[in-house]
Ligand binder design. Structure first.
Ligand SMILES: *Cc1c(COP(=O)(O)O)cnc(C)c1O
Length: 368
């Protein structure tokens, strides 16, 4: 993590302090009220729960410091992605998405956006830097891609998209704003599933859109109000609490992932290992340039689906779940969802366990 990220995080931890009155609660209260006292509408800080809520304000303020941009909170990562797409595909009718990215974005595009007349083009992450982005397209990228962990050059793509009159949206879920800053690299919008590392405890769905473009931010906010894709106050409160430890959790998770990836590289049963922090990884050079850390996700293959399942079942410190970014290390065989990966491919999300007991458990399960 770079010095600026650490500065922002220190500021984030104290973001409520300046406005607190004597005796006020330091942690934000959960306010789930749908209605607000309105003798007149003019000047009211809140009007109706579908438009804004005090507990969203608290988490949007935190996220705004992290992103260094206005943020709009959503009840899930997909709600944030939907908002970004529906807010930009009104006058634009061409959408480029990663062929190897988060699969739900592809299904949403195929089943709904295409039906509304949007031309949807899938491009692999490794080929997007040279793809045809003409025609004022909305270009949606994910780097590192999930689950293959290929990376692409955000500033290069941002430049090409801008020259072609398009818009660039980056799904920054796998990195978080502490490890990668797409808006600083020229992206128009960032979307993220805070369900993952920011929430961090595998107990809430949440998402956000960040953009420094005032008109786009207003459109996304309006989409939330009109579509009703509004987060709950309790979830916003839990995310606010989770984010307070994001920086310490990420430090541990990234440091452990580097150690585990290096040791996996030396294990005879492991093939096609991917971790951007390994000097020999195809994504290492670009990752080093544009990321402030290499993340906590590792991809690797065992010889067969059976071997991969046996490994996951044998390792007591890997929970077999389909998400990532939580306190517990988690792993799964992605081919079970139809991802275009080898049958024995495992995505490993490294948690906050002390690294030596975690590695000992992984090594024993691989050796067994
Ligand atoms: C999980 C995930 C999402 C969707 O987030 P939800 O909160 O499950 O809706 C979107 N993009 C990426 C890269 C993800 O990993």
């Amino acid at each position: 993590m770079d010095a600026q990220g650490k500065e922002r995080f220190a500021k984030l931890l104290h973001h409520r302090a300046g406005a607190l009155e004597k005796g006020a609660p330091v942690a934000p209260p959960i306010v789930s009220a749908t209605t607000y006292h309105l003798p007149e509408v003019e000047g009211a800080s809140h009007v109706y729960g579908r438009m804004s809520m005090p507990t969203w304000d608290a988490v949007e303020a935190q996220l705004g410091i992290l992103e260094d941009a206005p943020c709009v909170a959503f009840p899930s990562g997909m709600a944030a992605i939907s908002a970004a797409l529906f807010a930009t595909l009104t006058d634009r009718k061409k959408l480029i998405i990663p062929a190897d990215g988060y699969y739900v974005t592809r299904v949403l595009s195929a089943e709904f956006l295409a039906a509304y007349g949007v031309e949807v083009i899938e491009v692999p992450t490794a080929g997007i830097e040279v793809a045809d982005v003409s025609g004022g397209a909305v270009v949606f990228i994910e780097t590192p891609s999930n689950p293959g962990l290929d990376c692409c050059d955000i500033s290069l793509i941002a430049q090409r998209v801008r020259t072609a009159g398009g818009l660039l949206i980056v799904d920054n879920t796998t990195m978080t704003p502490l490890l990668q800053r797409p808006l600083d690299l020229g992206a128009d919008m960032v979307v993220a599933a805070d369900t993952k590392a920011p929430g961090g405890h595998s107990d809430i769905l949440f998402g956000h859109v960040a953009t420094r473009d005032v008109d786009l931010a207003a459109r996304v906010r309006n989409w939330r109000k009109l579509s009703g894709a509004t987060p709950g106050a309790f979830e916003a409160w839990l995310l606010h609490r989770g984010i307070e430890t994001l920086e310490v959790r990420l430090e541990r998770m990234c440091a452990s992932a580097q150690i585990i990836a290096e040791r996996l590289a030396d294990h005879p049963t492991v093939q096609n290992l991917r971790y951007p922090g390994l000097p020999g990884d195809p994504s290492h050079a670009i990752a080093k340039r544009q990321m402030a850390g290499f993340g906590f996700l590792i991809g690797f293959e065992l010889a067969s689906a059976e071997q991969a399942e046996a490994f996951l079942s044998a390792c007591p410190y890997i929970t077999q779940t389909t998400s990532f970014g939580g306190t517990h290390s988690a792993g799964e065989r992605r081919a079970r969802w139809g991802d275009p990966v080898a049958p024995g491919f495992i995505r490993l999300s490294v948690g906050v366990e002390p690294v030596e007991p975690l590695w000992a458990a992984i090594k024993a399960a691989l050796d067994g």
